[in-house]
Design a protein around this ligand. Structure first.
Ligand code: C5P
Length: 221
């Protein structure tokens, strides 16, 4: 079969990464989590006490930063300047600040450049907010995943409890809404459904259902 690029976009906690990983596995494609790249930079900026609102400072930081994603059978590992930071980028502090870093045009320009290099050879499933619109505008398959805020917060809540993390459902809901608002209303490459994307509402679907639907779309290409 052809080697395709599959772009999966959508709001926070809509299940993009879980679904993308499964689709990549089924097709033996590589999976690229672009959110992890913005998270890694945010983590580094926080540690270095860089003012996240200062576009030039964050941009200078990014110029001297390497971010690598490694696929292993234990899942994706994220490296920042060759140090593994897979867990560190999932903290509340990073999650609640990443949209500030991601709104800067200079940051997005550099991230998109790096992501395009990773997607060059096709046979990729890439997830994010602007993959179908900016990173791979000519992707053969574009999926836009949505789910109600209630459902997304519930899923995250369940996940947190299973991992033994503290979790407050109402707070999660507010945080997801805030992040969606920032990501959708920013000027540079806001979260928006590409004209040629297939929208899938996952609210009442299982992971396996969503994966099957995406594979059905892939099969038509
Ligand atoms: O997908 P994830 O929730 O890990 O993304 C974290 C944040 O990174 C998003 O809320 C968004 O601000 C930013 N992001 C982005 N463009 C992408 C991927 C992520 O702006 N392609």
């Amino acid at each position: 079969t052809n080697q395709l690029a599959i772009a999966i976009d959508g709001p926070a906690a809509a299940g993009k990464s879980t679904v993308a990983k499964h689709v990549a596995q089924r097709l033996s494609y590589i999976y690229i989590d672009t959110g992890a790249m913005y998270r890694a930079l945010t983590y580094k900026a926080i540690i270095n006490k860089v003012d996240l609102e200062n576009e030039n400072q964050v941009s200078n930081l990014l110029e001297n930063t390497s971010i690598d994603l490694e696929q292993t059978n234990k899942g994706q590992l994220v490296y920042l300047d060759n140090n593994e930071i897979t867990r560190e980028i999932r903290t509340k502090e990073v999650t609640n600040n990443v949209s500030i870093v991601a709104k800067h045009p200079l940051i997005r320009r550099e991230m998109v450049k790096r992501q395009q290099l990773l997607a060059e050879k096709r046979a990729v499933v890439m997830d994010g907010r602007d993959i179908g619109t900016h990173v791979i505008p000519d992707a053969e398959v574009k999926i836009f995943l949505i789910a109600s805020v209630e459902e997304r917060a519930q899923r995250r809540h369940k996940e947190n409890l299973e991992k033994g993390f503290e979790s407050d459902l109402d707070q999660l809901k507010r945080e997801i809404e805030t992040r969606d608002k920032l990501d959708s209303e920013r000027e540079a490459a806001p979260l928006v459904k590409a004209k040629d994307a297939v929208e899938i509402d996952t609210t009442s679907l299982s992971i396996e259902d969503v994966v099957e639907r995406i594979l059905q779309v892939v099969a038509t290409k």
